[in-house]
Design a protein around this ligand. Sequence first.
Ligand SMILES: *Cc1c(COP(=O)(O)O)cnc(C)c1O
Length: 532
Amino acid sequence: MQDKTLQTIIDTFFTCNPEELTEIFNELLSALQTDGVHHPGGLMSRNYETAQANPEIHTLTGNLRDARDAIFPFYWGTDEWYSKLHLENVKGPANYASLVGSLACLLKNPNLCIDTYSQRSNELEVKAITSLANLVFYNTETPWGIFNMGGTISNLYGGKIGIEKVCPGAMSKGLQGETLAGLVSEAAHYSNKTLAGWLGIGTDNLHSIATDSNFAMRIDLLADKLDELYRQEVKVAFVIATFGGTDGFGIDDVAAIRKLIDEKATEYQVPAPQLHIDAAVGWILCVLNEYDLKENSFGVDDEVLPIIGKIQQHAKALKYADSITVDFHKMGWGHYPASAFIVNRREDLRYLLRTLDQVPYFSEAEYRHDPALFTLECSRPAIGPYSVMASLNGIGLRGYQVLLANSLEMAAFTKKEIDKLDYCKVLNTDTTGATVLWWVLPKGRNAEEIYSKLERGELSLEEQGQYFHEIKHLFDKRSADLNPKIDARLSFTTSIGYSPHGINIPAWKAVFFNPKTDRPVVEQVIRSIEDL
Ligand SMILES: *Cc1c(COP(=O)(O)O)cnc(C)c1O
């Protein structure tokens, strides 16, 4: 070939030029440092109209600044959620130790599918998984696991092992006309429906067990459901317990579920279902496992100490689980994607193993070094392990304890302030997370009384419609009138995950994720409610 282009490409795009890269990186960083100049969410309006009509690409070979220019408006137009006024959900800001880790990962670009494509990065994954496993299972002998792109997929792994346990050979033979079922609570994340559909069980065979007023699965109803399904000779593949629900932060009683599913399995002489824990958000509670409540070395608010006591009780039961989902990109303040699927006992991975003849590229593979032998993915990014180990060692266990304790204090403070208003009611008073759900009704209404009428089943359909309309209307009114410089962004859920008498209860929602969110932000939220 005569063309000089190849050499230009090699020099420009495949040869590291640190000056040029740091210059561009500095430009991107300075665009990021506009704290306070822009309010959350409002950086730039979207232009979906021509996104598809005009996807032009350059014809001639350019340089790294062309790469920068191609993405810059979209980078600029994306909110990194560093503002302390973002309270909508368990989303951003990611911490900068995680950035250091993630960038290091991108520079080497390992592929975690097998050891030969990732070398020590694979070793780092083993370290990251083991560190997280020790946190969540506390005393575990043979944990193993992998990182993947999200809690949905981690839950899917748990479901898949369950299917193989109760329907051996499903991986090769399929379900062969058998009816399989999975069980979750009413407060479970919708990703469980996704996996039931994708794994071929069918979303209709994912049964939701009603929760109690603390958003925890009712064990009596779980027992009834197991009896009903086993009598119909349905194979129950898994129970996915929620450990920290996305809205109400409900925590299922893992120890009671373990005991019940084992008893029922013995009674009906069937293999016990997989007990998978969806701790996508709630795993972070485990950092407080060893916090000494008497000593209280951080001086955590008195009213938060009993919450930490409850957290320590909940967390102890995780050791009864077979497997767990940990989203580090949520309350680890890490970068996407960093979800870990972890089994308590390594041998459970045998249900997912491929034989070497199914993976011809990896003829020398061994599952401890070569996760491709059991993973859903083939190519797999290493951002997760890099983000986790950089963050855990940068911020440190004590640092994570402080971060979580702060979130808990902010949630408790918010609950206390909201409950001072008669026309408002906190709906998750006794849950132990960083989320607050509440009602705002027009002034003059007694929210507490209306809620207890609802729970007792004494609210007429008309009353219910009227109140729910008011709650949504006031939320919309606040959103419309919101001063983006001072008013926090909240979110709205149409169903909190506790449905007495089958009623889907709507609520306002705030999540204390950002460590910068302080009491004045909450006080302003309260003022904005009073001004409605
Ligand atoms: C976010 C979430 C999921 C889904 O995780 P992704 O990482 O978003 O795929 C599953 N379960 C719970 C409880 C969650 O909060």
